[in-house]
Design a protein around this ligand. Structure first.
Ligand code: F6P
Length: 483
């Protein structure tokens, strides 16, 4: 059968499963990476049980083989709500002030990483290539190694990686972050994230990094930046046809000629939604001529609701939006439409296409909303992207209106400029960014990462097997040619 690609992540996006929430960036990207490849996607089923966790369940949907495990209430509390989302997430997003560490959560995190390793261990063949995703499973590589697996194992961090001073605020950071050194390749979204982690390792004095590579305990480990992307062409097609969606038509009609500014984010403090809303308020404050002529639609499905900090951001936002609507709205116009629900990919693509401006103002690993918005535009009459300098996407999408989301006046000015931008300038900004997205799509991301992962592995047998896996003829020599 040859080597398989084994994807491991906490969240698994099984199509049509009632337990799959609105697909976040990681899930969408991974699904695209796995398509048409011989492999398996291993992770949490989305089910929370009272009893001790049972055997993994296998299910095949649309040619993807999923193997899913349930988690107990205690696991969710300590590992997912606890260390992953109350400690690692805020720290990785530079929000040391929000972290809430407890020893019980840390040992829950380690227990669940061990449990993933136990279950996966039983399914692994020696020549399988394993690709682990995100901050929930930093210790999985170490756990697999300690069970004797010598497979090629890679890790990709979908979030930002904060600088060493911030990473060191994590209690027992050496144990958790040091776990990443058991992988063969540690992938980041941007050069900045990769360099932050390299500096962190350097401050620990444990390894000597040269050309992004170091040796530790007989393992060769590489660090690299691989900006995640979208299925650009498929998304363009989806958006072209999405205008037919009844809901999109209804939204357009209900705007009655008012211009549409769109925000789409999970309800998360890392997304900069209050900053965005304040900038919209400043636009209205400074420009009475825009009253009644522009609407901000903020689509914000709730997420991680059992984590305290998420309840706080929710209250802050509802208060702020209520205040702005009360202050500027009238019987015939609501300045901000705020909805806590998710929409299908088709409806979202249609909303992106209908929007004159998208506001993307987070601190984010990448932010695929920014990329999807651009791909969804009509190239003849494109909308304008206002993008935070702190989103990974800003490195590539440099013809967007790049803003510091904390500078309310500057974001309000960028928003006004976006709303009033002449067609020629909109086209001139949009075209090179679309071209970039066509070239650097999700397929390229997966290929670049996997080529680097496998290229660092000298076994000829494995390379030949991987080439076969990706349908590359055996006459091709270089492992980097895995297209
Ligand atoms: O890395 C962050 C991430 O995995 C995103 O890709 C995704 O949008 C989000 O987290 C999903 O979060 P959760 O699994 O907690 O719903």
């Amino acid at each position: 059968m040859g080597p398989r690609l084994i994807i491991v992540s906490n969240r698994v996006a099984v199509p049509d499963s009632p337990r799959t929430p609105a697909a976040g960036g990681m899930a969408v990207a991974v699904k695209a990476a796995l398509k048409n490849r011989n492999g398996m996607w291993f992770g949490w089923s989305g089910k929370v049980t009272d009893e001790p966790v049972g055997e993994p369940q296998a299910v095949d949907v649309n040619k993807v083989h999923y193997v899913l495990i349930d988690l107990s209430k205690n696991d969710i509390q300590e590992y997912y709500n606890g260390l992953a989302n109350s400690v690692l997430w805020p720290i990785l997003h530079y929000r040391v002030d929000l972290q809430e560490y407890s020893r019980a959560d840390a040992s829950g995190y380690m227990r669940v990483n061990r449990m993933f390793a136990d279950r996966l261990s039983a399914l692994l063949n020696p020549d399988d290539v394993v690709w682990v995703h995100d901050y929930h499973l930093m210790l999985l590589g170490r756990e697999l190694r300690s069970r004797g697996h010598r497979n090629t194992i890679g890790f990709f961090l979908h979030t930002p990686c904060a600088p060493p001073d911030i990473l060191q605020t994590l209690p027992h950071h050496k144990e958790i972050l040091g776990g990443l050194t058991y992988y063969n390749l540690i992938g980041f979204q941007t050069d900045n994230d990769r360099d932050n982690f390299a500096h962190y390792l350097a401050t620990q004095g444990a390894v000597h990094i040269r050309n992004g590579t170091f040796e530790t305990e007989g393992r060769r480990v590489r660090l690299g930046a691989f900006p995640v992307s979208i299925e650009t062409k498929a998304y363009m097609r989806l958006a072209r046809n999405a205008g037919r969606s009844a809901l999109v038509a209804l939204v357009r009609e209900s705007l009655g000629g008012s211009r549409l500014v769109l925000g789409v984010d999970r309800l998360d403090y890392s997304k900069g939604i209050p900053d965005r809303v304040k900038a919209f308020e400043r636009l209205l404050e400074n420009n009475p001529d825009w009253h009644g002529k522009v609407t901000l639609l903020q689509v914000t499905p709730k997420s991680r609701s059992d984590v305290k900090q998420y309840g706080e951001i929710e209250s802050e936002l509802t208060g702020l939006i209520g205040k702005i609507n009360g202050r500027f709205g009238d019987a015939a116009w609501t300045p901000i439409r705020y909805v806590n629900r998710s929409y299908s990919r088709t409806v979202l693509a249609g909303l992106y296409r209908a929007a004159d401006v998208a506001m993307v103002t987070p601190r984010d690993g990448m932010n695929l909303v920014a990329k999807e918005y651009l791909a969804a535009q009509n190239p003849e009459d494109p909308g304008v992207l206002v993008l935070s300098q702190f989103a990974g996407a800003a490195k590539e999408l440099d013809r967007a209106l790049i803003v510091n989301p904390h500078e309310t006046d500057a974001v309000a000015a960028a928003l006004k400029r976006a709303l009033e931008m002449p067609l020629a300038e909109r086209r001139e900004r949009h075209a090179p960014m679309l071209e970039q997205l066509m070239e650097h799509d999700i397929k390229k991301w997966a290929e670049d990462y996997l080529s680097a992962l496998v290229g660092g592995q000298p076994s000829r047998k494995l390379l030949a097997g991987i080439r076969a896996l990706f349908g590359v003829s055996s006459s091709e020599q270089a492992p980097l040619a895995l297209r």
